[in-house]
Write a protein that binds this ligand. Structure first.
Ligand code: AMP
Length: 222
């Protein structure tokens, strides 16, 4: 199964991607996380991406498309992939369709997380991520057991540089301009499933699972 998770920054798609992957035995692939890993390791790709990520802009299409192509190739023959944060432009969506067709695969569904802008700003201000494994927390809504420490690997929790207010505003602008057109794109292809993103991660997960179960049974949205 191949799923795309769509939605503005802070809508909870990273958290839900991890849950879906665990529950259905799929591989969660976050382009944002891959990029942050490359930046931390100081690779050529990481260096090229740095200035875009810091400003809250999108990294050029060809860079992320190559990343996803490689990731899907390495997962071919596996149980499936949950793509978190890719595609983010119509050009990326067209490339994904081409890559899948060339591999004899198809996109099973797109989960579109719907959350108001007000709620997003509130969530991003309190978001913390593990600098070691990338796990995501919220100081109020999803705190770690021990303050500042990742439950999963014991790494330090930090605020992402691009969660600073100026970057958040830019990321929301970029989302509206470059990524939101994908809602129509996937609705026209009858792949879009809206998910109300308000509530606890557990409440949202119940909605997600009912959609994923329906898709796994083979029925598409009308
Ligand atoms: P995320 O962790 O998904 O919020 O992504 C963090 C940052 O990584 C974004 O603001 C972009 O700068 C970059 N990024 C992640 N995914 C993509 C993508 N599909 N296309 C372009 N840039 C991306």
């Amino acid at each position: 199964m191949i799923f795309v998770l769509l939605g503005p920054p802070g809508c909870g798609k990273g958290t839900q991607a991890t849950r879906i992957a665990q529950k259905y035995g799929l591989k969660a692939t976050s382009t944002g996380e891959i990029i942050r890993g490359q930046m931390a390791a100081g690779t050529e790709v990481g260096k090229a991406a740095q200035s875009y990520v810091k400003k809250g802009e999108l990294v050029p299409d060809e860079v992320v498309i190559a990343m996803v192509k490689e990731e899907l190739r390495s997962q071919s023959g596996g149980p499936g992939v949950v793509l978190d944060g890719f595609p983010r432009t119509v050009n990326q969506a067209n490339s994904l369709a081409d890559i899948l067709t060339q591999s004899g695969l198809r996109l099973d569904g797109v989960l579109n997380f719907v959350v108001s802008e007000e709620e997003i700003v509130r969530r991003l201000a309190g978001r913390r991520v593990c600098e070691k494994c990338g796990a995501s927390y919220h100081i109020l809504f999803m705190p770690p057991h021990k303050e500042g420490i990742c439950d999963q690997c014991g790494g330090a929790l930090i605020q992402r540089a691009d969660d600073a207010p100026d970057s958040v505003r830019e990321r929301l602008r970029v989302y509206a301009k470059q990524t939101e057109p994908l809602i129509v794109y996937y609705r026209e292809r009858r792949l879009l499933n809206d998910i109300e993103g308000i509530g606890t991660p557990e409440e949202v997960a119940v909605r997600v699972e009912s959609v994923v179960d329906r898709i796994a049974r083979g029925s598409r949205p009308v």
